[in-house]
Design a protein around this ligand. Sequence first.
Ligand SMILES: C[S@@+](CC[C@H](N)C(=O)[O-])C[C@H]1O[C@@H](n2cnc3c(N)ncnc32)[C@H](O)[C@@H]1O
Length: 313
Amino acid sequence: MSKFDKASRSELRAIAEKSKWFHAIDFGDFASSGRFPKGEPQNITLFGAMDLLGSIDLKGCRVLDIGSADGLASFGMKELGAREVVSIDSYDVPTYRIARKLLNVETDYRPNVQIKDAVSELGWKQFDVILCAGVIYHMLNPMSAFIECRKLLKDNGLLIMESPVGAKLKDPVLALNTELDDFMPEPSTYWIPSKSAMTGMMKLMGFDVCATRYLKAPTRLTVLGRAAPPAEIRDRNALLQQVHEIDFCDFEFRWSELAKHAGASDVSYEVDEFHRDITAAGESPAFPFQPQPREDAVGSTRWASAGGNFLQK
Ligand SMILES: C[S@@+](CC[C@H](N)C(=O)[O-])C[C@H]1O[C@@H](n2cnc3c(N)ncnc32)[C@H](O)[C@@H]1O
């Protein structure tokens, strides 16, 4: 029970007007200000995920939203038919609770839970679908997000992983942001992966890459992967095959450990194109509670750079 549960709609709107928002959320009669300037496409970094979620049949699925922030994606996935949505975040974000009450959507909110603690909090192989958007570059060890998601997903479950990527990075690398000449000016961004590092980390951790969506401004990549048996991973070169065959020498993840846990998913998806570039201009994708650009959005934001990541002092 949160302190917002007993508030009336007009009281909630008054609170929303005084709140700082990360997501722009359409509440019907009004919307919240997201972190992009008013009038511009909102929640742009989620456009790839919104597109891919439209090709997944979420009905009956148990879904995890990692780094849910204000909860737009969690609420949208519930509205799209998910049986249960669990949202975790490093912080307890009050705007999540305000938005959930305004939208009257049921979700399982677990604040103050980081990815590294998710398996002990939620258990192995519990989810059909995981969304992990805008999180890995905030982690000292981004690879561990892929590892923990493989443990959390049922066999054949789907992972949507989203991150900024370095447009100029050609090799499969994680660039250390603090050492880049054109660093992202945000103190909680430690790494900028290249596109091939994103898909490569997915494959290393036992995901068959099913689709990618690339956003050019800001440069972000969204990858859809299926928790597959290694033999079903596309583009698996001889070295990767060997890696999977010897099991991992780092005990943080081992196939033999994964195999001890039961849980298989029958979630289905149908992507029309393996790869697509997403343009930020134009209308917002059709996704529940995603607002069209509007000038009358309420509240403010402390996240206001054109890139959508810079924390204003
Ligand atoms: C950039 S926001 C992205 C929000 C949302 N997923 C989206 O894409 O719009 C990152 C969110 O992830 C949370 N976060 C950062 N590191 C995390 C971690 N290791 N585990 C869980 N949540 C984390 C932050 O508190 C923040 O709410």
